[in-house]
Design a protein around this ligand. Sequence first.
Ligand code: C2E
Ligand code: CA
Ligand code: CA
Length: 611
Amino acid sequence: MSSITMSFIIAVVIICVILLFRIRNYRAQWMDARTQLNAAEHKLKTEEGELQAIFTHGKQCFAIIALDGTILRVNQRFSELLGYPTSDLNSLNLLNALSHHEAANLRSQIERLIIGDRVEFETQLQCQKIDGESIWLSAVFTVIRDEASNADHIVMQAEHITQQKNTENKLRHLAYHDALTKLANRAKLEQFINQLIAGSSRRQQCFAVLFMDLDGFKNVNDTIGHDAGDLLLQVVAERLRNSVRSTDLVARLGGDEFVILITDVKLTDSVAIIAKKILENVSQGILIKNQQSFITTSIGISIYPFDAIDLNSLMKCADLALYKAKEDGKNNYQYYTQEMTSKAKVKLSIKTALNQALAKNEFHLVYLPEMDIKTGKIVSVEALLRWKNNEYKDIRPDEIIGLAEESGLIIPVSEWILKTACAQFQTWKQRGLAPDTISINCTARQFKQSTFIENVSYIVNEMQMNPKSLAIEITESMIMKDTEHMLRVLDELKSLGAQIVLDDFGTGYWSIGNLRKLSVDKIKIDKTFIQNIFKDDSSSDIISAIIAMVNKLGMISVGEGVETQAQFDYLASENCRLVQGYYLTRPISGEIMTEYLKEPRFAGIAESSLD
Ligand code: C2E
Ligand code: CA
Ligand code: CA
């Protein structure tokens, strides 16, 4: 054998050995691959079984949907939920079953899934059941792709959330609505007004804020009871809603305060027409528990963007306008004006100064005598408050009292008045000059104070004064506002021994016939009647009637604001018991009054100096 042949044989043997090894290797690999394939197939089958089980028996709703929205397959749960047989649902287009808005949204989201812009999409859908009932689903959409990664179909997995949605809706309604009247509440009003501001500034539209407060609602509530008061609020709420368009918002802030937002105001004057309609509608009689009740409202109006451009400022402006509407006699409306803010600012600085007045010793009292017409004796002296302040010289005493009443300052100030006046009275007493009583004016807020009687009693005791020497002056309007409570406190004052004087009589609504219901000692006929005695017949007629009635009831009649001899003589001829006014003297200091008490006289005023 040649060496070439040998080499050839060796090469062939080597190749055969290599091939043999390769074949063994391939066989082993093939066997491995087969085992893996079997395992994968098994896994796939298990997973498919699991998926099938979830699809068929799971609690969730599943639907396989074609890319155009056509339902290809749904699971049992889905068909049960909607009440349709599975076969009816297949081939339906899901997009057709939704509202226009929902369908458009879903379509665009599916498009994003198809192009791979997003992996899944979650939303809430409202669907109709076979019986027409509307239900809510929370749905997740995912896309299934083929081997070439092209979108093949969509899987929708959904959960029934109607109950949760209803609870959410109820909670949202509660959070944004007033339970009693079902109107919007403050939170809703704020949300609405902020949206309106955002929208209006873009579209350059105006809107109006109408701030309302029922006139004398507390009184109505006290008279007809709280339950009936609630019914009345519900009727008023309904009337307000009926006075405006559905695009406007009516809200109740609490108590008897309402706000209406009039949207899209073209002419600010047109708001007045709506305000008039509201006044008219509210003032119609209301039949509650077979009883006819009447209520009116006052309205303050602010306009966006002319008066203010934010919620708080708009409300403040409307509130100031409301205050003016109340001041102007209620049952009317007022537009906000810049002047109201200036006035409010001045008022605030006066209140601040007033707050310091007690500590700075800026208050003092002046006194006005009451004379017995027949005997010429001074039987009482009324204490009147004065405030000495360099900056605020021209503020009238009744304005000071009003401001102190608003801020609550009236309580410490009144205590000071009572102490100072009682101390002055005791000084006169020690000198043998004291009249029968010292008269103190009181306000509603004092009467509301639970410790009022206790305080009065304490001060009178402290001063070692006979309570019979104290006369408390109240007005008709105080009684009208809170009759039951006032009568109770008056009774307690009487038991203490104090005298009660009804001041400014004739200006309120307490009829002469009602006088007998009050345990009052003195009636002061308001000075406007006295000053009109010779100007109009009705004043003199009213004076005659009041004096006759007061005398008949055994009370003491007082003519106040008497400035002339003629007025004095007229009252004397009508048998009025006492007079008070500039005809005797203007209000004078304690010191000058001491002299006056020694020698009472008539200052008199020349007729020509009167207006
Ligand atoms: P009022 O209680 O009716 O007091 C009588 C007012 O009429 C006083 O005004 C007095 O100066 C004025 N007056 C008396 N006679 C005449 C007259 O002949 N002609 C005219 N033109 N006026 C006369 P004043 O002091 O300005 O007080 C006004 C109101 O302010 C008082 O009316 C009272 O409601 C309130 N007020 C004054 N001082 C006090 C106080 O100490 N406490 C309380 N709660 N109110 C007070
Ligand atoms: Ca008085
Ligand atoms: Ca008076």
